[in-house]
Design a protein around this ligand. Structure first.
Ligand SMILES: NC(=O)c1ccc[n+]([C@@H]2O[C@H](COP(=O)([O-])OP(=O)(O)OC[C@H]3O[C@@H](n4cnc5c(N)ncnc54)[C@H](OP(=O)(O)O)[C@@H]3O)[C@@H](O)[C@H]2O)c1
Length: 253
């Protein structure tokens, strides 16, 4: 009798809600074994309750050195897919945001992505399969804030890593969603009432597009044709102009 092939393992950060939870549901439906990481243990357990019983739930604040080291160790032990998705935003501009909050965002969006990717890639490259999906943002194409700068870094880093990993059969993809209905803006205290309903994406649709693009070996995933158009404009215009179009508010407010 033939033994069942081993199930691929995916680790998803920021998996308790929103896009991360949608990715986890989809990966579970596709047969992945899951390791879900989030700083909110309670919400993580609620999300995990609807997933297969062998789903591993790890409460960790990825801006905490000891917590991040634990997750790095898990990545080094071998994964088929690493999803760097945890993230947050600020309601205020640069000088009105406490520097500690800016540093925490920079650490989460850049240092965490860097360290977990560095830990996860070697076993993938040695095996010649697997990959990394990094959640950036459409705003990464539009210089407008510390948030957009960190997400531009994620796009640049993912594209650079993708190029060197591809010949070894490993895919790295930067996911760049536009406005998506999650707890993101509420948690950050942002007023999104002026954003028209038709611009909002559904997290399950974003997750489906992201995994489709990752499987196709694409370095960049921009879900939804309207946002593909917006991204093309952002990439074509000089950064100074896109920045001016977006930066209506004073950096002190
Ligand atoms: N929603 C959008 O419109 C949108 C658009 C473009 C890109 N994105 C990106 O998509 C990703 C997922 O966001 P989402 O929209 O799904 O928002 P979300 O529902 O708030 O999910 C983000 C998850 O990450 C967790 N997290 C935050 N800081 C963490 C930390 N230090 N350690 C571990 N977990 C942490 C959050 O926990 P808490 O709830 O406790 O903070 C939350 O569970 C983020 O990287 C975001 O920048 C979102």
């Amino acid at each position: 009798m033939n033994a069942e092939p081993p199930r691929p393992t995916a680790l998803v950060t920021g998996a308790a809600s929103g896009i991360g939870a949608a990715l986890a549901r989809r990966l579970a439906a596709e047969g992945h074994r899951l390791v879900l990481v989030d700083r909110d243990g309670e919400r993580l357990r609620e999300t995990g309750a609807a997933l297969p019983a062998d789903t591993e739930l790890v409460t960790a604040d990825l801006t905490d050195d000891a917590d991040l080291a634990r997750i790095e160790e898990r990545c080094r032990a071998g994964l088929d897919l690493l999803v760097n998705n945890a993230g947050f935003g600020h309601p205020t501009r640069f000088l009105a945001t406490p520097i500690e909050a800016e540093i925490a965002m920079s650490r989460l969006h850049m240092e965490t992505v860097l360290r977990l990717t560095h830990a996860a890639l070697p076993p993938m490259l040695a095996r010649g399969s697997g990959g990394v999906l990094n959640t950036a943002s459409l705003l990464g194409f539009f210089p407008s804030s510390t948030y957009s700068a960190t997400k531009a870094w994620v796009i640049n880093f993912s594209q650079a890593t993708a190029r060197t990993a591809r010949p070894h059969g490993v895919t790295v993809t930067a996911l760049c969603p536009g406005f998506t209905r999650t707890g993101f803006h509420g948690s950050a205290g942002m007023d999104m009432s002026k954003i028209p309903g038709f611009l909002w994406l559904d997290p399950d649709a974003v997750a489906a597009a992201a995994l489709r693009d990752w499987r196709r070996g694409r370095a960049l995933s921009v879900p939804d044709w309207r946002y593909k158009l917006v991204a093309s404009v952002g990439r074509a215009l000089p950064p100074g102009l896109t920045g001016r179009l977006l930066s209506g508010r004073d950096m002190r407010s």
